[in-house]
Design a protein around this ligand. Structure first.
Ligand code: HSE
Length: 324
């Protein structure tokens, strides 16, 4: 029996979506560069007699458990966007991406919800309405999130350059060297992206724009050519990190700790406060120095070593044991 026939009966099968964490900006690429990381959230959706959201893991006790939950709202948004009546759904979220730490948790919620909603479209409409294309899902995700640099890599995987072209969003995949690793210092402190954007100035100096343009290009080329020795310069930034330091003064010493430990480059992940250092080999030394700098600055948090992932959002169908 097909998935489309099964899901119409509550409890017969479910859609599973897995979405990676993402790091945005990578230093100079403000609002236009992002990269998927090997930390995953999972969303499972099935028909239900009443709307319900269960959240396990990160944010489990804080996130809404009803239709106001961002994952649920994103499913409904997509269905309404294409003109399909949303039925009551049961949504189970298993979250591994920490919230409000600059690791793309809200992008993951939006992308997870939209992807599940998109899979439901032909099922609920009996094939009358087609699912959106990946480009249309991206456009919708950006409209909800506000900026594209987390949602694009969350959907596509890998490192992605994303710009607003005259005819819509243009994405371009940047190859990442296989052995590159990301060392994260994830402070306990949370910073909402809107707060981290509110400290940015209205205008910027020409020389700062030039500083970042050159480094963004250098960063993309360093990844393309494998010239990783360029990363220490290529991850520098003058457009957002210097202003965001007021929200998180200890970032300076944790950056210094990462470089002392041998990082190839270090930057604020998205709008922070997570700090991400790049390295291939001896990641433990980088992790140790970052944690030590944070300890001396009295910034509690956790260190995590992960890797960029080339896989983006995965959507699959799961039938209940014994169903059918
Ligand atoms: N580029 C955004 C910012 C973060 O730095 O505010 C994530 O989209």
């Amino acid at each position: 029996m097909t998935a489309s026939r099964e899901i119409k009966e509550p409890g017969r099968g479910r859609i599973r979506v897995q979405v990676p964490a993402t790091t945005a900006n990578l230093g100079p690429g403000f609002d236009c560069l992002g990269m998927a990381l090997d930390i995953w959230n999972q969303v499972e959706v099935e028909l239900s007699s009443a709307p319900l959201v269960r959240v396990d893991g990160k944010g489990g006790t804080d996130l809404p458990s009803g239709p106001q939950n961002l994952v649920y709202r994103s499913i409904v948004h997509l269905l309404e966007h294409v003109g399909v009546e949303p039925p009551p759904l049961s949504v189970a979220c298993t979250n591994n991406i920490p919230l409000k730490r600059g690791l793309g948790s809200s992008a993951a919620a939006i992308v997870g919800g939209l992807t599940a909603g998109n899979r439901l479209v032909p099922i609920l409409s009996g094939g009358r309405v087609q699912s959106l294309s990946p480009e249309e899902v991206l456009q919708l995700a950006v409209a909800i999130e506000g900026h594209p640099d987390n949602v694009a890599p969350a959907l596509m995987g890998g490192m992605v350059l994303v710009v607003q072209g005259n005819d819509g969003l243009l994405t371009s995949a940047v190859p990442v060297p296989e052995d590159l690793r990301a060392v994260l210092y994830i402070p306990d402190l949370t910073i909402a992206t809107e707060d981290a954007r509110s400290v940015l100035p209205e205008g910027i100096a020409w020389e700062d724009a030039v500083f970042n343009m050159g480094r963004t290009a250098l960063l993309v080329n360093a990844m393309n050519t494998g010239r990783l020795e360029d990363l220490s310069t290529a991850t520098e930034d003058k457009l957002h990190q210097p202003y965001r330091r007021q929200l998180f003064p200890a970032m300076k010493v944790i950056f210094e700790g990462a470089m002392k430990g041998g990082a190839l480059g270090v930057f604020l992940s998205g709008s922070g406060p997570t700090i991400l250092a790049l390295r291939h080999g001896r990641e433990v030394t980088v992790a140790y120095e970052m944690a030590e700098a944070a300890r001396q600055a009295s910034v509690p948090g956790e260190v995590k070593v992960t890797r960029p992932v080339s896989t983006g959002t995965i959507c699959s169908w799961h039938e209940e044991a014994g169903a059918g």
